[in-house]
Design a protein around this ligand. Sequence first.
Ligand SMILES: [Zn+2]
Length: 425
Amino acid sequence: MSYLLKGVRPLGGDPVDLVLNEGVIAELGTGLTADVTIDADGLIALPGLVDLHTHLREPGLENAETVESGTLAAALGGFTAVFAMPNTQPAADTAGVVEQVYRLGRDAGYCDVQPIGAVTQGRAGKQLAELGAMAESAARVRVFSDDGDCVSDAVLMRRALEYVKAFDGVIAQHAQEPRLTEGAQMNEGVLSGQLGLRGWPAVAEEAIIARDVLLAAHVGSRVHICHVSTAGSVEILRWAKSKGYAVTAEVTPHHLLLTDELVASYDPVYKVNPPLRTAEDVTAVREALADGTIDVVATDHAPHPVEEKECEWPAAAMGMVGLETALAVVQQAMVDTGLLDWAGVAERMSAAPARIGRLQGHGGTLERGVAANVTLYDPNAPWAVEPANLASKSRNTPFGGRTLPGRVVATFLRGRATVLDGKPA
Ligand SMILES: [Zn+2]
């Protein structure tokens, strides 16, 4: 089946006809034909989005999400590839488990699933996992993380950085000094005092980032910082990049838009790790994403079943779902504010995550001959987020009841439609 995207605007540029055929972008021009014509007048074409940070919860936590439900949510959000975090049960810390996740993604067929391997056995932070075996497995793992927990032992972190150099891997660090955040419930500040919730200081994130950029530089290896949330973290990253250190970083959509003032509602839908920060922090991470200090937008899609979220604040799980709302939130926070154009969005939500994760076949440009991984997006289609309508098995979106400015219309994975008219194809 070939598709003609008529009058589409690649990266928001001038209108053109684009033909997808036999898995690749076959033609760009005018007056073209194909089996199926999609009137794409006014729509933006982006290279298929790539999420460097998704929790798919399978194996072991299928009541929150499965590979199938999570990748359907991803496709509806415009993603053609997701990196799956290893905090499953069992943890993805062996070649066997990462191959299982990889195969489940391939069988579901909504988008490519690239497993992330655990850094330590059982994510327990004591001994390195089988990094080499995971790298050599059918899943060809290149990103390793204990996400959900920090690799807090400096010696283990150094050894992991040394180990992954052999196959050009990267350690993706969840930067959270554990002793400084024991029992922490929200951002530490005036508001945490007023609300009587234990504070989570910015320095708990910043101290680990400072340590790890220095360790990565010392070893000559690559480190990636997950979900950067504070202005101070941005300053450290800016300094590290000015020194030429091999550090990359991501920010989540929710940290680009929401502040800790929402916690005053005591609604656990706003409980997340790292916590929502102040308006000054939001400004800083937006500017850092715009100027390239932060390389990537990553969702940190973290599904939880209702019983783990709809309870009292201190007992609630941390995390938010985000795959289906990510692009619209980035439009609102970055494009509609004039901080980023659509080419900039394509770099930060497709090219950079694919490059950092060494993922082949994704993150390309929209040129003749490249794999037809394409997202069609309408930036002028406001919609009210209704949690019950999400494809994810979980409903914990912080954007429920909000109106977002634009909507994914279609997603193509190697020329095959996974989403059409905003619905599963
Ligand atoms: Zn994390």
